[in-house]
Design a protein around this ligand. Structure first.
Ligand code: HEC
Length: 104
């Protein structure tokens, strides 16, 4: 009895926490203009974030490389169009965004 009483608030707190952190990452991507060039499911100017996630699946060193590329810009991986530098994105924000992208 006691266990169920404890479990229900615990599980709902966990659910609220996870859905909020997912939204926070998408909101950050929106506020940094990433979603102007990247769709989550579809290519716009840059590749779909789900395609990026699929490409780097299981590659542990990808986060650092991609976070640096997000900040400095880069080209040559997905096609002829380069990604311009995203100067207003801090190192920490770039890492959060890349981890979110790779989790899609
Ligand atoms: C002006 C358009 C534009 C904006 C804004 C933009 N990107 Fe990109 N992004 C691109 C293009 C184009 C590519 C493909 C570059 C290439 O082929 O190497 C790309 C590639 C990427 C990649 C994959 C890189 C690789 O080497 O595979 C990631 C991850 C990424 N972008 C994340 C972001 C994030 C996060 C933001 C927001 C801070 C962002 N992008 C903002 C256009 C954009």
């Amino acid at each position: 009895m006691l266990k169920t009483k404890l479990l229900i608030p615990l599980v709902s707190a966990l659910l609220i926490f996870t859905s909020q952190s997912l939204m926070a990452d998408e909101a950050l991507a929106r506020s940094k203009n990433c979603l102007a060039c990247h769709g989550i499911d579809n290519k716009i100017v840059g590749p779909a974030f789900k395609d990026v996630a699929a490409k780097y699946k299981g590659d542990a060193s990808a986060v650092a490389t991609l976070a640096a590329k997000v900040r400095k810009g880069g080209s040559g991986v997905w096609g002829a169009i380069p990604m311009p530098p995203n100067g207003s994105t801090s190192e920490a924000e770039a890492e959060i965004l890349v981890k979110w992208v790779l989790s899609l």
